[in-house]
Design a protein around this ligand. Structure first.
Ligand code: PEP
Length: 265
Protein backbone atom coordinates (compact mmCIF):
# COMPACT_ATOMS: atom_id res chain seq x y z
CA UNK A 1 0.00 0.00 0.00
CA UNK A 2 1.41 3.38 -0.97
CA UNK A 3 1.46 6.12 1.67
CA UNK A 4 -1.11 8.92 1.57
CA UNK A 5 -3.77 6.39 0.63
CA UNK A 6 -6.66 7.77 2.63
CA UNK A 7 -8.25 11.10 3.24
CA UNK A 8 -7.56 10.72 6.94
CA UNK A 9 -4.10 12.21 6.34
CA UNK A 10 -5.83 15.54 5.96
CA UNK A 11 -5.41 17.59 9.11
CA UNK A 12 -7.84 20.44 9.24
CA UNK A 13 -7.35 22.73 12.14
CA UNK A 14 -3.99 21.07 12.87
CA UNK A 15 -0.65 22.69 12.19
CA UNK A 16 -0.17 21.46 8.66
CA UNK A 17 -2.92 21.38 6.08
CA UNK A 18 -2.28 18.67 3.53
CA UNK A 19 -3.72 19.35 0.12
CA UNK A 20 -4.84 16.73 -2.37
CA UNK A 21 -3.51 17.58 -5.81
CA UNK A 22 -4.58 15.34 -8.68
CA UNK A 23 -3.75 15.37 -12.38
CA UNK A 24 -6.38 14.22 -14.85
CA UNK A 25 -4.54 13.57 -18.09
CA UNK A 26 -7.81 13.01 -19.99
CA UNK A 27 -7.40 11.56 -23.52
CA UNK A 28 -3.80 12.75 -23.89
CA UNK A 29 -0.36 11.11 -23.96
CA UNK A 30 1.14 8.11 -25.65
CA UNK A 31 3.01 5.35 -23.89
CA UNK A 32 6.45 6.95 -24.06
CA UNK A 33 5.18 10.40 -23.04
CA UNK A 34 3.19 8.99 -20.12
CA UNK A 35 6.15 7.02 -18.86
CA UNK A 36 8.40 10.06 -19.06
CA UNK A 37 5.95 12.46 -17.40
CA UNK A 38 5.13 10.00 -14.60
CA UNK A 39 8.85 9.47 -14.00
CA UNK A 40 9.45 13.22 -13.80
CA UNK A 41 6.49 13.74 -11.48
CA UNK A 42 7.62 10.92 -9.21
CA UNK A 43 11.05 12.53 -8.90
CA UNK A 44 9.65 16.04 -8.50
CA UNK A 45 7.20 15.03 -5.77
CA UNK A 46 9.32 12.57 -3.83
CA UNK A 47 9.69 14.97 -0.91
CA UNK A 48 6.26 16.55 -1.39
CA UNK A 49 4.09 16.66 1.70
CA UNK A 50 0.69 16.73 0.03
CA UNK A 51 -1.43 13.88 -1.29
CA UNK A 52 -1.01 13.21 -5.02
CA UNK A 53 -2.74 11.32 -7.78
CA UNK A 54 -2.30 10.89 -11.53
CA UNK A 55 -5.13 9.59 -13.73
CA UNK A 56 -3.96 8.49 -17.19
CA UNK A 57 -6.06 6.85 -19.90
CA UNK A 58 -6.98 3.19 -19.36
CA UNK A 59 -4.44 1.99 -21.93
CA UNK A 60 -1.63 3.73 -20.06
CA UNK A 61 -2.50 2.50 -16.56
CA UNK A 62 -0.11 -0.41 -16.45
CA UNK A 63 2.81 1.63 -17.76
CA UNK A 64 2.19 4.44 -15.26
CA UNK A 65 1.51 1.98 -12.43
CA UNK A 66 4.98 0.45 -12.93
CA UNK A 67 6.58 3.90 -12.75
CA UNK A 68 4.63 4.99 -9.65
CA UNK A 69 5.27 1.81 -7.66
CA UNK A 70 6.75 2.72 -4.29
CA UNK A 71 6.07 6.42 -4.76
CA UNK A 72 3.81 8.83 -2.89
CA UNK A 73 1.55 9.25 -5.95
CA UNK A 74 -1.71 7.34 -6.22
CA UNK A 75 -2.76 5.82 -9.52
CA UNK A 76 -6.19 6.95 -10.65
CA UNK A 77 -8.64 6.06 -13.40
CA UNK A 78 -10.77 8.65 -15.18
CA UNK A 79 -13.95 6.59 -15.21
CA UNK A 80 -15.25 3.10 -14.48
CA UNK A 81 -17.92 0.75 -15.77
CA UNK A 82 -21.21 0.23 -14.01
CA UNK A 83 -20.90 -3.48 -13.32
CA UNK A 84 -18.16 -5.86 -12.24
CA UNK A 85 -18.19 -7.73 -15.55
CA UNK A 86 -20.35 -8.75 -18.45
CA UNK A 87 -21.94 -7.31 -21.57
CA UNK A 88 -20.83 -3.66 -21.38
CA UNK A 89 -19.05 -2.99 -24.64
CA UNK A 90 -16.42 -0.29 -24.38
CA UNK A 91 -16.39 -0.16 -20.58
CA UNK A 92 -13.65 -1.03 -18.10
CA UNK A 93 -14.67 -2.73 -14.86
CA UNK A 94 -13.62 -2.06 -11.29
CA UNK A 95 -11.96 -5.48 -11.16
CA UNK A 96 -9.87 -4.67 -14.21
CA UNK A 97 -8.90 -1.34 -12.68
CA UNK A 98 -7.81 -3.02 -9.46
CA UNK A 99 -5.75 -5.52 -11.43
CA UNK A 100 -4.02 -2.62 -13.20
CA UNK A 101 -3.04 -1.15 -9.82
CA UNK A 102 -5.63 1.63 -9.69
CA UNK A 103 -6.30 3.05 -6.23
CA UNK A 104 -8.77 5.81 -6.96
CA UNK A 105 -11.31 6.69 -9.61
CA UNK A 106 -12.68 10.00 -10.88
CA UNK A 107 -16.47 9.78 -11.26
CA UNK A 108 -18.96 12.31 -12.54
CA UNK A 109 -16.48 14.48 -14.42
CA UNK A 110 -18.42 17.12 -16.33
CA UNK A 111 -17.17 15.67 -19.60
CA UNK A 112 -18.83 12.39 -18.61
CA UNK A 113 -22.00 14.16 -17.47
CA UNK A 114 -22.39 16.52 -20.40
CA UNK A 115 -20.76 14.85 -23.42
CA UNK A 116 -21.65 11.26 -22.53
CA UNK A 117 -24.88 12.11 -20.70
CA UNK A 118 -24.06 10.20 -17.52
CA UNK A 119 -26.73 10.83 -14.91
CA UNK A 120 -26.62 11.31 -11.16
CA UNK A 121 -28.21 7.86 -10.74
CA UNK A 122 -25.50 6.21 -12.83
CA UNK A 123 -22.84 8.08 -10.88
CA UNK A 124 -24.30 6.84 -7.62
CA UNK A 125 -24.13 3.20 -8.77
CA UNK A 126 -20.51 3.66 -9.81
CA UNK A 127 -19.59 5.40 -6.53
CA UNK A 128 -21.05 2.51 -4.52
CA UNK A 129 -19.38 -0.12 -6.70
CA UNK A 130 -15.98 1.57 -6.41
CA UNK A 131 -16.29 1.89 -2.62
CA UNK A 132 -17.44 -1.71 -2.30
CA UNK A 133 -14.16 -2.76 -3.90
CA UNK A 134 -12.03 -0.47 -1.76
CA UNK A 135 -11.24 2.17 -4.34
CA UNK A 136 -11.12 5.81 -3.35
CA UNK A 137 -13.44 8.07 -5.32
CA UNK A 138 -13.24 11.64 -6.52
CA UNK A 139 -16.83 12.69 -7.18
CA UNK A 140 -16.98 15.76 -9.44
CA UNK A 141 -19.80 18.27 -9.19
CA UNK A 142 -20.33 21.65 -10.76
CA UNK A 143 -22.70 23.92 -12.60
CA UNK A 144 -22.99 24.98 -16.23
CA UNK A 145 -22.60 28.67 -17.09
CA UNK A 146 -26.34 29.13 -17.56
CA UNK A 147 -27.02 27.51 -14.20
CA UNK A 148 -24.55 29.90 -12.54
CA UNK A 149 -26.08 32.89 -14.29
CA UNK A 150 -29.52 31.81 -13.11
CA UNK A 151 -28.21 31.69 -9.52
CA UNK A 152 -28.43 27.90 -9.30
CA UNK A 153 -24.78 26.95 -8.73
CA UNK A 154 -25.24 25.88 -5.11
CA UNK A 155 -28.45 23.98 -5.81
CA UNK A 156 -26.86 22.06 -8.70
CA UNK A 157 -23.94 20.99 -6.51
CA UNK A 158 -26.30 20.05 -3.69
CA UNK A 159 -28.35 17.86 -6.00
CA UNK A 160 -25.30 16.19 -7.53
CA UNK A 161 -23.89 15.42 -4.08
CA UNK A 162 -27.14 14.16 -2.57
CA UNK A 163 -27.84 11.91 -5.53
CA UNK A 164 -24.22 10.89 -6.13
CA UNK A 165 -23.72 9.87 -2.50
CA UNK A 166 -27.15 8.33 -1.87
CA UNK A 167 -26.75 5.27 0.40
CA UNK A 168 -23.04 5.89 0.95
CA UNK A 169 -22.28 5.36 4.63
CA UNK A 170 -20.29 7.75 6.80
CA UNK A 171 -17.70 4.96 7.18
CA UNK A 172 -17.20 4.87 3.43
CA UNK A 173 -17.13 8.63 3.17
CA UNK A 174 -13.47 8.72 4.26
CA UNK A 175 -12.65 7.31 0.84
CA UNK A 176 -14.55 10.03 -1.00
CA UNK A 177 -13.22 13.38 -2.17
CA UNK A 178 -15.49 15.97 -3.75
CA UNK A 179 -14.14 18.02 -6.66
CA UNK A 180 -16.00 21.26 -7.34
CA UNK A 181 -15.51 21.93 -11.02
CA UNK A 182 -17.61 24.74 -12.48
CA UNK A 183 -18.13 23.52 -16.04
CA UNK A 184 -17.56 26.96 -17.54
CA UNK A 185 -14.06 27.02 -16.01
CA UNK A 186 -12.83 23.66 -17.31
CA UNK A 187 -10.25 23.97 -20.06
CA UNK A 188 -11.36 27.53 -20.80
CA UNK A 189 -8.63 29.47 -19.02
CA UNK A 190 -11.32 31.13 -16.85
CA UNK A 191 -11.11 30.09 -13.23
CA UNK A 192 -13.64 30.85 -10.54
CA UNK A 193 -12.35 33.63 -8.29
CA UNK A 194 -11.00 32.30 -4.98
CA UNK A 195 -13.92 34.00 -3.19
CA UNK A 196 -16.58 32.52 -5.48
CA UNK A 197 -15.01 29.07 -5.35
CA UNK A 198 -14.69 29.20 -1.56
CA UNK A 199 -18.34 30.19 -1.23
CA UNK A 200 -19.45 27.15 -3.22
CA UNK A 201 -17.05 24.89 -1.31
CA UNK A 202 -18.57 26.19 1.90
CA UNK A 203 -22.07 25.39 0.68
CA UNK A 204 -20.91 21.92 -0.40
CA UNK A 205 -19.57 21.39 3.12
CA UNK A 206 -22.95 22.43 4.52
CA UNK A 207 -24.65 19.87 2.30
CA UNK A 208 -22.20 17.22 3.54
CA UNK A 209 -22.80 18.27 7.15
CA UNK A 210 -26.55 17.89 6.68
CA UNK A 211 -26.00 14.39 5.31
CA UNK A 212 -23.18 13.14 7.50
CA UNK A 213 -22.71 15.51 10.43
CA UNK A 214 -20.35 18.41 11.08
CA UNK A 215 -17.31 16.32 11.96
CA UNK A 216 -17.38 14.21 8.81
CA UNK A 217 -18.03 17.30 6.68
CA UNK A 218 -15.12 19.16 8.23
CA UNK A 219 -12.77 16.29 7.43
CA UNK A 220 -13.84 15.98 3.80
CA UNK A 221 -11.41 17.08 1.13
CA UNK A 222 -13.05 19.37 -1.39
CA UNK A 223 -10.86 20.02 -4.42
CA UNK A 224 -11.29 22.87 -6.85
CA UNK A 225 -10.96 22.16 -10.58
CA UNK A 226 -11.21 24.50 -13.54
CA UNK A 227 -8.19 26.14 -15.17
CA UNK A 228 -6.08 25.87 -12.04
CA UNK A 229 -2.49 26.82 -12.85
CA UNK A 230 0.61 28.02 -11.01
CA UNK A 231 -0.47 31.66 -11.32
CA UNK A 232 -3.83 31.20 -9.60
CA UNK A 233 -3.32 28.10 -7.43
CA UNK A 234 -2.04 29.82 -4.29
CA UNK A 235 -4.97 32.27 -4.23
CA UNK A 236 -7.40 29.36 -4.44
CA UNK A 237 -5.61 26.98 -2.06
CA UNK A 238 -5.29 29.61 0.65
CA UNK A 239 -9.06 29.74 1.00
CA UNK A 240 -10.31 27.84 4.05
CA UNK A 241 -12.68 25.51 2.23
CA UNK A 242 -10.42 24.65 -0.72
CA UNK A 243 -8.39 21.55 0.10
CA UNK A 244 -6.76 20.68 -3.17
CA UNK A 245 -7.03 20.72 -6.92
CA UNK A 246 -8.18 18.46 -9.72
CA UNK A 247 -6.06 19.62 -12.60
CA UNK A 248 -6.45 19.03 -16.33
CA UNK A 249 -4.29 21.10 -18.68
CA UNK A 250 -1.69 22.09 -16.11
CA UNK A 251 -1.29 18.43 -15.15
CA UNK A 252 0.28 17.59 -18.49
CA UNK A 253 3.63 19.25 -17.79
CA UNK A 254 5.90 19.16 -14.77
CA UNK A 255 6.58 22.91 -15.11
CA UNK A 256 2.94 23.65 -14.45
CA UNK A 257 1.98 20.73 -12.20
CA UNK A 258 4.83 20.66 -9.71
CA UNK A 259 4.52 24.27 -8.49
CA UNK A 260 0.86 23.60 -7.67
CA UNK A 261 1.50 20.17 -6.19
CA UNK A 262 4.24 21.44 -3.90
CA UNK A 263 2.10 24.26 -2.52
CA UNK A 264 2.09 24.59 1.25
CA UNK A 265 0.65 27.28 3.46
C1 PEP B 1 -10.59 18.97 -15.35
O1 PEP B 1 -10.80 18.46 -16.42
O2 PEP B 1 -10.89 18.34 -14.33
C2 PEP B 1 -10.01 20.29 -15.31
C3 PEP B 1 -10.10 20.96 -14.21
O3 PEP B 1 -9.41 20.75 -16.47
P1 PEP B 1 -8.57 22.11 -16.63
O4 PEP B 1 -7.63 22.19 -15.46
O5 PEP B 1 -7.85 21.96 -17.92
O6 PEP B 1 -9.56 23.23 -16.62
Amino acid sequence: MRPFGLNSIHKKGGKVKKFYIAANWKMNMNRAGAKQLATEMKAGLKDGKNKYMIAPSFTLLQEVSAVLKGSNILLGAQNMGLEEKGAHTGEVSVLQLLEAGVQTVILGHSERRHIYKETDGLMNKKVKLALKHGLEVILCVGELLEEREAGHAEAVCERQIKKGLADVSVQDLVKVTIAYEPVWAIGTGKNASPEDADAIHSSIRKTLAALYGEKAAKEMIIQYGGSMKPENAAGLLKKPNIDGGLIGGAGLKTETFLPIALFSE
